[in-house]
Design a binder for this molecule. Structure first.
Ligand code: PLP
Length: 449
């Protein structure tokens, strides 16, 4: 076997197909299976399926394994914790891994002001809790979110999520007092297409007058508890917000007593070439929500924020049975150590340069690549129809299947389902990265004009 990709059967092979058949009889189809493979082992950036195929994982468990599958330090930390205790319930008995993790997150998130952290189980739960706290602290009800944003699938998180199908259709009613404003999606911005701001490279929404106008049409700023934002959209298509927009919005929020909640669930823990995307913007959020790669594969999410905001809630107002599970906290402490000892954010920045350069080379030959964008290793490319630049989700699906046939697991993103995104573990060795990118290039040639 020369490289990593080693296909002993077609994808999916007979064993994967058999498990998928059992799955379809036991699990509702609403829970999607975006690849037709069944997995038996994962290590670093490589997945072994039930048929013995070795595949390169550029999906990274949907952004969960920035530190790689089964990082030895994470495995060791979880094993050691399992030998002590697996659960007591933090509301019942205090344990050190939770407290230490809260201390660490208070330290490493932007801003040197006093902070507090509490832990929950999933990204959606962190989002719900952040909004809950912001409402309590401000005594206001409205929450402002973004077109193309994704914040999870529980009821309030779903109200904050933008994309209708498949997430929202038929699942209403949604939580009230949620207001949505446009995300600065430069590639499809009407002003930019007219050429208005393209030359200056400026964001046409990144100024105070425009923000005042947007809010005048949407929600009274003085009734808004919080704005929640992904600085680079994840599920919404890997679209980074222009810095001037974020700066203007943060100032607008501050002037109106609106809390700025930054959703770093997908952008966090090195993905964007910094530990947190907020650092690219010099932004100090009032509240930050984190999940995914925090737990290194174990379910864990965190709400970190200004001490005065988080301390405002009464005793018993926050918490849950499983939040801050000891095994997950032990894993997270190991992840944070790895972030530092293996300089994961700088590796991500270097990896991102390599991915961007390959994508840009392909874009020079294939007019179906409309846009290449992203921060650090959080790079995506938007596939479009050649003449109209209309989104091409069908081509995107053909590309993902062609990549899988060549041994690379990839995901799409975007409201129009036409962005190919890379969420490879940030520990991926250069040779494996190149092998995966070579396979992607072959896949692109096979489907694109
Ligand atoms: C930015 C963002 N916020 C929230 C969530 C929801 O997280 P979870 O699926 O853990 O509930 C996701 C999940 O993809 C996400 O990408």
């Amino acid at each position: 076997m020369s490289g990593v990709i080693h296909l002993v059967t077609e994808i999916p092979g007979p064993r994967s197909r058999a498990l998928l058949a059992r799955r379809s009889r036991a699990v509702p189809r609403g829970v999607p299976a975006v690849t037709p493979i069944a997995i038996v082992h994962a290590e670093g950036s490589v997945i072994t399926d039930a048929d013995g195929n070795h595949l390169i994982d550029f999906a990274g468990g949907i952004g969960v394994v920035n530190s790689g599958h089964r990082h030895p330090e994470v495995v060791q930390a979880v094993r050691m914790q399992l030998d002590r205790f697996a659960h007591v319930g933090f509301p019942v008995s205090t344990y050190e891994p939770y407290v230490e993790l809260a201390e660490r997150l208070n330290q490493i998130t932007p801003g040197s002001h006093p902070k507090r952290t509490f832990l929950v189980n999933s990204g959606a739960e962190a989002v719900e809790n952040a909004v809950k706290v912001a409402r309590y602290y401000t005594g206001r009800q409205a929450v402002v979110c973004f077109e193309h944003g994704f914040h999870g699938r529980t009821n309030l998180a779903l109200a904050l999520t933008s994309k209708v199908f498949p997430y929202k259709q038929g699942f209403g009613p949604f939580a009230p007092e949620v207001y949505r404003i446009p995300f600065p999606y430069c590639y499809r911005c009407a002003e930019r297409q007219k050429g208005a701001s393209k030359e200056a490279g400026a964001c046409c929404m990144g100024n105070r007058a425009k923000l005042e106008q947007i809010f005048a049409d949407t929600a009274d700023p003085d009734s808004v508890a919080a704005i929640i934002m992904e600085l680079q959209l994840g599920e919404g298509g890997f679209i980074p917000a222009p810095p001037e927009y974020v700066t203007a919005l943060a100032a607008f929020a501050r002037d109106h007593g609106i809390l700025f909640i930054v959703d770093e669930i997908q952008t966090g823990f090195g993905r964007t070439g910094r530990l947190f995307a907020s650092e690219h913007y010099g932004l100090v959020p009032d509240i930050m929500v984190m999940a995914k790669s925090l737990g290194g594969g174990l379910p864990l999410a965190a709400i970190t924020g200004r001490a005065d905001v988080l301390e405002s809630c009464h005793v018993g107002g926050l918490g849950g049975t499983y939040g801050g599970n000891p095994l997950a906290c032990a894993a997270a402490l190991a992840v944070l150590k790895v972030m530092e000892t293996e300089a994961i954010p700088s590796r991500s920045a270097r990896m991102g340069e390599r991915i961007r350069s390959r994508f840009s080379q392909w874009a020079a030959h294939h007019t179906c690549i409309g846009d290449v964008r992203g921060l650090g290793a959080m790079i995506g490319m938007e596939l479009v129809e050649r003449d109209t630049q209309a989104p091409d989700p069908a081509l995107t699906q053909r590309f993902l299947s062609a990549a899988l046939e060549r041994g690379v697991i990839l995901l799409s993103a975007g409201t129009y389902g036409n962005t190919v995104r890379v969420l490879a573990p940030l520990t991926t060795p250069d040779a494996i990265l190149e092998e995966g990118l070579d396979a992607m290039e072959q896949a692109l040639k096979s489907v694109a004009s």
